[in-house]
Design a protein. Sequence first.
Length: 412
Amino acid sequence: GRVAVLGLGYIGLPTAVVLATRGVDVVGVDVNPATVEAVAQGRLPFVEPDLATAVSGAVAMGKLTATTETPEADAYVIAVPTPFNPDHTADLSFVRMAVEQIAPRLRGGEVVVLESTSPPGTTARVSEWLAELRPDLTLPHEIQGVPDVHVAHGPERVLPGRIMIEMVTNDRVVGGITRRCAERAAEIYRVFCQGELLLSDASSAEMAKLVENAYRDVNIAFANELSVISDELHLDVWEVIRLANRHPRVNILTPGPGVGGHCIAVDPWFIVGSAPGTSRLIRAAREINDGKPHHVAQQVVNTAARFRDPTIACLGMAYKANIDDLRESPAVEVIETLSDTLPEVEIAVAEPYVNSLPEKLAQRSNVSLQRTASAVERSDIVVVLVDHDQFRSLNRSLLAGKVVYDTRGIWR
Ligand code: SAJ
């Protein structure tokens, strides 16, 4: 059969590719013509290990094509963004647009899988939207029995930087509007997933995905709060965590400048948005992690006050190590805050994974992008914001005589 994947981003493109490399005819659909053109030429719109060769291979074999028009297919995978609104509720407009493109193509018997991370109840709404748009078809929420169109949620759980590995090896939750929907959707994942397929209902699958990322957010918030407490008490947080983690049942995560990326910094809000009165710990974790860049910037401002006319090197802009992804990056927020608070101070930014500053930093006269060694050499204060391998292996003699504020603990 033919599978249409709507949304050729960090999840949709790898999903399209793993299906195509296993012999499925895949049509990738994206609203952005530049993305479609890049994929159609076997190029990659973003950096992810092993993805580029897989894309060009699948395109060369004729198994993966790309277009802006949703075609007729036997299965539709929706992998579009679900950002959040200012009030932290989910913005489902891209999901709605995808549903509007799929609806006119349906003939009956197809599978529609929502992969986008969504609040509980969204998959049911997809089913309702399809029913409104296609009153001639039977949707699973309408009647018991064998539905015409099978709607399910198949949340991704791959780690950026390891997507091509985890896409295949991770266990996978598939939640259907009905059991039959889950079974039909599971057939798609069985093509490439070597992990176990866990069949469930759609709302449980939606919530489980959010809970996974909220769990990680809460644990990172614990580490980040410890580092703020340690700053206040003049303790070395890395030493405290190293000792505590030798307890057989303690495993504290690593503090950092905050939590970035498009997943962990976003998904817990969908839980808070669904249950605002009761999601206390989850909300607190979000606030602690969101407040961490400000704390880091304040510590650096306090350090800078000890210098006359200092230069500050900021190492890293990506949201985490060894990737080029700047979305929701706490490092960028630290640099912005420093630039605002210290307009007279020169800030030399090093980021080996990008060639230019993002828009919000580019217009600032006191911020420039430099090679790592030159940024460090010219500075009085060195702030580590990302634990890239390149920074870990920096010639440490370059740091002699400089004040180092290492938010990731890479040079301990
Ligand atoms: N971070 C810390 N300290 C840590 C671990 C992470 O400060 O000890 C920071 C990172 O630097 C980064 C942020 O947290 O800014 C998130 O990074 P991450 O590597 O923990 O996760 P993501 O956002 O890249 O991917 C997550 C993964 N979820 C879980 O591990 C539960 C991934 O499996 C999901 O598929 C992905 O979200 C997603 O798409 O939802």
